[in-house]
Write a protein that binds this ligand. Structure first.
Ligand code: FEO
Length: 394
């Protein structure tokens, strides 16, 4: 699949892995993108997950036949992209790896004894392939410390690593203009929330670093090639990384006997009566956490409620909050609620976690013993009203 005169897509689709990083659901699969630049010198940009090596090599050979590859440019060392390095070097023994100092620390660590007159680049280094000149920008923590992006100064193509990537395999077409990108844009938000959600500041720094470059095409390591919609995805990344949100409320609750759910429903009713139109309810015991996280990154209102369990916070809520704490989830209006049977701990524990999350509490938490009384449900509805006021004032 040719993207430009001498740039070819040689990535693969993974439609069988259930969990990305053994953690995040893949209902629509995922692609591992790699690119081949066929110039006087031939360069491969990133590789694919190792179990696809046979298909991958076939794709490469269908373009260059038995000619050797001169360079393998490594933008990112996570094994979904670096996994085939060792075998690529067996197929192409004279290939030179191109990466930065941290890349090669990881090449040594993950794959051992692979070095072969490799090329270490720094920010701004260039590599000439003939007609094509590549320039490297070091962009740490997108999403590992060694990450860099490669800019083709001749064709104005940005090979962006995980940045601008998304879940979702490529069903036939690979260029945005040839497919309906609605799903991929939504999957980009979910990917960001799950994979890059901790790194908003470094994403902002990277966007600044490459912000002045004329870009015709963005080639990331996952999902479509962005050409027609490149401004849209750059804008999406700006919004996600600086914490800009839409008006909406996510209510995440855990409920063993239905009482916390009753309170969650009353909060939803109050918020709805006061004008919030987007209200998403998630049972933390039964929901896909990645979808929940994506919505937390989309909307500016959040209500967290769960019971006390064994003198601690209800386990599914604790797991979810730990994922929130380890991400940059700024600009939220927050409400907290939770019941207990004989000794209350849940509300206090959520409040403690919020000292890290630093979300803006809209009112005092609602806490109750045993069943949710009519008074508690009225308070919950009023809390929903209050949340709505705060959500909609933005
Ligand atoms: Fe797609 Fe961070 O690897």
């Amino acid at each position: 699949m040719k993207l430009k005169k001498n740039i070819h897509y040689v990535g693969v689709n993974d439609r069988t892995t259930n969990l990305f990083e053994s953690t995040w659901s893949l209902p629509y699969g995922v692609s591992y993108n790699s690119y081949l630049i066929d110039d006087e010198k031939i360069a491969l940009i990133d590789t694919v997950e190792v179990s696809f090596i046979s298909e991958y090599i076939d794709k490469i050979k269908s373009i260059i036949g038995e000619r050797p590859i001169d360079y393998l440019i490594i933008n990112h060392m996570e094994p979904d992209h670096s996994g085939s390095i060792k075998l690529i070097r067996q197929y192409y023994p004279n290939i030179k790896l191109v990466g930065n100092k941290k890349t090669f620390d990881m090449v040594d660590g993950f794959y051992r004894a692979l070095r072969n007159e490799d090329i270490t680049v720094i920010n701004g280094s260039t590599l000439n392939l003939g007609e094509t000149t590549l320039q490297f920008y070091i962009t740490p923590m997108i999403h590992w410390p060694e990450t860099m992006v490669t800019y083709d100064t001749t064709n104005q193509v940005l090979f962006s690593g995980d940045a601008f990537g998304c879940f979702g395999a490529l069903n036939g077409a690979i260029l945005d203009k040839d497919l309906d990108t609605t799903l991929h844009l939504s999957e980009m938000e979910r990917y960001y929330a799950c994979i890059l959600g901790k790194y908003g500041k470094t994403v902002q720094a990277a966007l600044k670093k490459v912000g002045g470059l004329p870009i015709d095409m963005i080639c990331s390591t996952h999902g479509p090639i962005w050409h027609q919609d490149k401004e849209k995805v750059i804008d999406l990344y700006h919004r996600l990384s600086c914490g800009e949100k839409q008006n909406g409320l996510v209510i995440a609750y855990g409920s063993m006997y239905g009482f916390t759910l009753q309170v969650a429903e009353a909060i939803a009713k109050g918020a709805s009566e006061s004008g919030v139109r987007i209200i998403k309810m998630y049972d933390v015991s039964r929901s896909d956490t990645s979808q929940l996280l994506a919505d937390v990154f989309r909307y500016n209102g959040l209500a967290l409620g769960a019971p006390t369990y064994n003198g601690d916070l209800f386990p599914a809520m604790k797991d979810f909050i730990l994922k929130l704490v380890s991400r940059e989830t700024s600009n939220h209006k927050l409400a907290i609620f939770g019941g207990f049977s004989w000794a209350g701990k849940a509300v206090n524990i959520i409040e403690k976690y919020n000292e890290c999350m630093k979300m803006e509490l809209v009112d005092e938490a609602i806490e109750w013993k045993q069943g949710a009384s009519p008074e508690i449900l009225l308070k919950a509805k009023q809390l929903g009203n209050k949340l709505a006021e705060e959500i909609l004032q933005k």
